[in-house]
Design a protein around this ligand. Structure first.
Ligand SMILES: NC(=O)c1ccc[n+]([C@@H]2O[C@H](COP(=O)([O-])OP(=O)(O)OC[C@H]3O[C@@H](n4cnc5c(N)ncnc54)[C@H](O)[C@@H]3O)[C@@H](O)[C@H]2O)c1
Length: 312
């Protein structure tokens, strides 16, 4: 018998609320918005508000706000935003100590309550958090993935589209590597409806766009005093949808590498296919010498972060 899917959102803050709204509007299934006991009424309030929105738009989703892990039991998809976001002047890595403790606790619960879930981690520093999630849950790598590349690529695509005076719908781009200042916007694969953007944008302008993309999260933190949440939520929902609908989308995402691109035992942004089996394939692409060198630098930064988290 067919049944409704269940999407558990761990963290009912800014991104959690947007995730719930999008999951409901896309009718992905029923939604559980989980937070710590001190934030339970906020989670319940957001859930009720969103259920009421459903009767206006309309959509039909049961949305539950809770601080009880039992309500998350048996979820098909778990999306984790639990933790603290950046404040102006902070790097993502500055969040390591505090968010690592949170992710360990969350992962423990996910392992016992949602043993078959596809898990998408958003909390920062992303590459260390998603690594820890896999380590604690011991889920196969197909079922634990980090969201960063879709968001970073979205920022890259927007800046390119604005420079081109073209629709953002026609610009496709990849951002690989760690989700930090060393991320690698891959200019050799950026196209505007199939036309390489390198033919359309001068090198100095392209370099400035690459730099703005690398600082894209910080730019928003400076403006708002906290991290972005609309685009991050949309990015994670795209990944969840690809899994639930077996869409087989080719997306950049933080995947566990076991020899691919010459790296092992770390999570980093690479192109993957997401479908009904989760991360069904890691796609290996050729990179220019410069892009390859940048990817190595990014992997070294991720390794450093992992070494630091292993000591905590
Ligand atoms: N991967 C990305 O591309 C990306 C993009 C933007 C933000 N982020 C990160 O996402 C995270 C969430 O951002 P936000 O803006 O939603 O923050 P937020 O502060 O609005 O929400 C985080 C929520 O997590 C909750 N929380 C804390 N400990 C918890 C626990 N043990 N169990 C359940 N919930 C818990 C908090 O109470 C809070 O409500 C941050 O770490 C931020 O840096 C990642």
């Amino acid at each position: 018998m067919a049944r409704r899917h269940k999407i558990a959102l761990i963290g009912a803050g800014n991104i959690g609320g947007e995730l719930a709204a999008m999951a409901a509007r896309h009718e992905l299934g029923d939604v559980v918005l989980f937070d710590i006991p001190e934030k339970e009424s906020l989670a319940k309030g957001k859930a009720l508000d969103l259920e009421q929105m459903g009767s206006v738009l309309p959509y039909d989703a049961h949305i539950t706000g809770t601080a009880n892990w039992d309500d998350c039991a048996g979820a098909d998809v778990v999306i984790v935003t639990a933790g603290v976001p950046r404040k102006p002047g902070m790097s993502r890595d500055d969040l390591l100590g505090i968010n690592l403790k949170i992710i360990r606790n969350v992962a423990d619960q996910v392992r016992s309550k949602c043993p078959n879930a596809f898990v998408i981690v958003i909390s920062n520093p992303l590459d260390a958090m998603v690594y820890e999630m896999k380590k604690v849950t011991q889920f196969p790598r197909e079922r634990v993935v980090g969201m960063a590349g879709v968001l970073d690529a979205a920022r890259f695509q927007l800046f390119l589209a604005r420079e081109l005076g073209a629709s953002v719908k026609d610009v496709r781009a990849m951002v690989l590597g760690g989700h930090g200042d060393t991320m690698v916007p891959v200019t050799s694969y950026c196209t505007c409806n199939g036309i390489p953007v390198r033919q359309l944008i001068a090198a100095d302008k392209l370099n400035a766009i690459v730099e703005r993309t690398r600082q894209g999260g910080g730019e928003i933190v400076k403006l708002m005093g906290t991290s972005a949440y609309y685009a991050p939520a949309a990015a994670a929902i795209t990944m969840a949808e690809a899994y639930l609908h077996d869409d087989k989308r080719l997306l950049p995402a933080a995947a566990y590498l076991d020899g691919e691109y010459g790296f092992s035992d770390l999570y980093m942004g690479v192109p993957v296919i997401i479908g009904g089996k989760g991360v069904e394939r890691i796609v290996t692409i050729e990179l220019s010498a410069e892009e390859r060198a940048n990817l190595e630098k990014s992997a070294a930064a991720v390794k450093e972060l992992l070494d630091a988290s292993k000591k905590l």
